[in-house]
Design a protein around this ligand. Structure first.
Ligand code: MN
Length: 328
């Protein structure tokens, strides 16, 4: 845990031990950290014989369905009981749970566990640590402090959470603690080669076709510092790809030599455009995303804006150019 990151941590541990029923929520379009950290905590709570209702809004991405406990997820509409505690994982603000917002008040207490620098502290208890790589690290620290033993299933989920949010231990959010925790997880029997095969080396045909279509739209700014890709609804429909298949595409724009900021524009339902930002080393893209009502991390963020693809692209590229200017 980073020195800044404890927050309400000391109050959350007793809640886990003493309360009986837990509602667990994470963000829409869940990624490896959201799913891995949730499943790890859900499995740990079940070992303590707690009642756990782990809800989802979207189907789990195919990539993560191999995770131990993945079948614990239920559609949020099934959360029709009363709960002692709602646990929010990897959600920078309450809106991130999407339609599951309608069930959160079924719990008496809200616990917010997150690592986004833009977190709004919406919980009754907040454990926010922007200096750690992932919520996976935070859950590891919590289980460790609560003296709840790991097993291979819990460790596998935590490993996937940490690995995916660090780009498989490549991003600058990979710290000494990150590797120490990974080592502790390997001691529980985690198989990194097998996980890597599942998470990084297995794609659907549609996803690879989408990659080709996305790369064909690549544009780079005149100064070479901004690269962007554009996905229309039509492209998504023609390739048969799902929204989950768009994950990681933005990294191709950022990977170009000289590019500091990569952006992916994706048309979504209802006349809106989903925007994903990545930066290499200087620009804080969480600040840019905030201008558009979104949030995230300094090097990876996202927002959803209304308007046509052209309008949104114009506005966003102007904001990126300004941010680049200030970061010179
Ligand atoms: Mn995360």
């Amino acid at each position: 845990m980073s020195p800044l990151g404890a927050g309400d941590f000391p109050f959350i541990i007793p809640l886990l031990r003493e309360k009986e029923s837990f509602l667990m929520l994470t963000h829409v379009n869940p990624d490896g950290d959201a799913i891995g950290s949730s499943l790890a905590l859900a499995l740990a709570l079940r070992r303590l014989r707690k009642k756990v209702t782990l809800v989802r809004v979207d189907e789990l991405p195919e990539t993560y369905r191999f995770l131990p406990g993945a079948d614990l997820y239920v559609p949020y509409q099934q959360a029709d009981g009363e709960y002692d505690v709602a646990l929010f994982l990897d959600c920078g603000d309450l809106e991130r749970v999407g339609a599951a917002r309608s069930v959160v008040d079924r719990a008496k207490v809200k616990v917010n566990i997150d690592h986004h620098v833009t977190n709004t502290y919406y919980g009754d208890y907040n454990y926010i640590d922007p200096l750690v790589s992932s919520v996976g690290e935070q859950i590891y620290q919590m289980l460790h402090a609560a003296e709840i033993a790991l097993d291979k299933d819990i460790a596998t989920n935590l490993y996937v959470a940490v690995a995916t949010d660090t780009g498989n231990f490549r991003y600058e959010n990979t710290h000494v603690d990150t590797h120490m925790i990974a080592a502790a997880l390997l001691m529980e029997g985690v198989e990194p080669g097998e996980i890597s095969n599942q998470v990084y080396e297995t794609r659907s045909l549609a996803a690879v076709r989408l990659l080709g279509a996305a790369l064909a739209t690549l544009q780079v700014s005149r100064d070479g510092q901004v690269g962007w890709l554009t996905l229309t609804r039509r492209t998504l429909d023609e390739t048969g790809a799902t929204d989950d298949d768009t994950e990681g595409l933005v990294n191709y724009a950022r990977s170009i030599r000289g590019v500091e900021v990569g952006v992916l524009f994706r048309q979504v339902e209802g006349g809106e455009v989903r925007i994903n930002f990545r930066s290499k080393s200087r620009v804080d893209v969480s600040a840019i995303a905030s201008q558009f009502g979104g949030g995230g991390h300094p090097r990876a963020s996202g927002a959803t804006a209304s308007g046509t693809l052209e309008e949104v692209t114009d506005r966003v590229l102007t904001a990126v150019a300004e941010a680049l200017q200030q970061a010179q």
